[in-house]
Design a protein around this ligand. Structure first.
Ligand code: 3MF
Ligand code: MG
Length: 343
């Protein structure tokens, strides 16, 4: 039986600041975070470009190479691998109005150059996967941009980046809103449609985050099913979300256990573990959590995932088939609930 591989990003161990209050926990050094991965059962590290090379835009190419090589060595020493690199385009003043879809051509150029640097870092860290969370590619007011042009600009940017690096693969992480009022690629359907418009659709796929799908009013498991049907589910950010509010990044299964079960079920049906792609957990510790236990949300999310793998695998197939044959979905529903509730 193939094992799942788990990953998270350094931002998933954080200081607890929210828009209404400052940090409540001390910063954990990056090296200390790396030390926690194996202990918690994780082997994949998700990077933003500047997690790997701080102040990435101020560095010469030689410095970038040197620092990325040092980071690669840190990973090797801990038996870890880089899952992906993501360009952090949303924190720099040039990206205030978006990157690839900014109205200012200079900002668009900046976004492309920064992404190329992030691609260089990905290669130096030993991964061909780049995640594009299109944070500010959208609008606060519809009248500020032309949506048709914006989608063409996105396609053109992807094409230039695909040409820049023949091995790189892009996984677009859709999110419908936050920080923008409306984002241009709100669902995996949009991401995959974008993929087919590029010069190399085989190198553009998706990453699905449970909370982002829920914020779009969609079912994360079916979003994953859509991507799997297109062979384009290249990573996941599992977590949970209590209704349509800010992106909460709650521990996996913490709100809707059955929804979590169905996400695991579709990954099992799609043979995700055999693909050796990572199960990423994009979860946040509660602000109330004391520093010494501010990593439990990661451990717990992984444990819930594995418990749900057992639940999926032990669900009686004959019952499922009989209920479907009889079109007795009430019986099927009860069988699922009993299976989830009974130890
Ligand atoms: C935003 C996110 C981000 C992305 C990450 C990788 C902080 O809602 O989910 O996590 O996943 O930046 O691109
Ligand atoms: Mg995410």
């Amino acid at each position: 039986m193939t094992e799942y591989r788990f990953s998270f990003g350094p931002w998933n161990i954080h200081e607890g600041a929210d828009p209404f209050g400052p940090p409540v926990r001390p910063t954990v050094e990056f090296a200390r975070k790396l030390g926690l991965y194996r202990e918690l059962g994780f082997e994949g590290v998700q990077f933003h470009d500047d997690d790997a090379v701080p102040d990435v835009e101020d560095k010469t190419f030689d410095q970038l190479q040197k620092e990325a090589a040092e980071m690669k060595k840190l990973l090797d020493d801990q038996g870890l691998v880089a899952e992906f690199v993501a360009p952090r385009l949303w924190e720099t003043p040039q990206g205030v109005d978006g990157g690839y879809t900014a109205n200012d051509p200079a900002a668009r150029q900046w976004a492309l150059e920064r992404t190329k640097r992030a691609i260089d870092i990905a290669h130096l860290l030993g991964t061909n996967l780049m995640v594009l969370w299109l944070a500010r590619e959208g609008t606060y007011i519809r009248e500020s941009k032309n949506a048709i042009e914006a989608y063409h600009l996105l396609r053109d940017a992807l094409n230039q980046l695909l040409e820049y690096s023949p091995p790189i693969h892009f996984a677009i992480e859709p999110k419908p809103n936050e920080p923008m009022d409306q984002a241009y690629v709100p669902t995996i359907g949009h991401a995959i449609a974008m993929s087919y418009q590029t010069c190399d659709p085989t190198r553009v796929g998706g990453l699905i985050e449970s909370a982002h799908a829920l914020l779009a009013g969609l079912d994360p498991a079916d979003e994953m099913g859509f991507a799997l049907a297109h062979d384009k589910l290249w990573s996941v950010h599992l977590n949970d979300q209590n209704g349509l509010k800010f992106d909460q990044d709650k521990s996996f299964g913490a709100v809707n256990l059955r929804g979590a079960y169905n996400q695991v079920r579709v990954l099992e049906l799609g043979g995700y573990s055999e693909s050796q792609r990572f199960v990423g957990l994009d979860v946040k510790a509660m602000r109330t959590q004391k520093p010494e236990v501010a990593h439990l949300h990661l451990k717990n999310s992984r444990a819930v995932f594995l418990m749900l793998v057992d639940k999926v695998r032990s669900f009686p197939q004959d019952v499922q088939q009989q209920c479907v044959a009889d079109r007795n979905y009430e019986a099927l529903e009860m069988a699922v609930l009993e299976h989830l509730l009974v130890k």
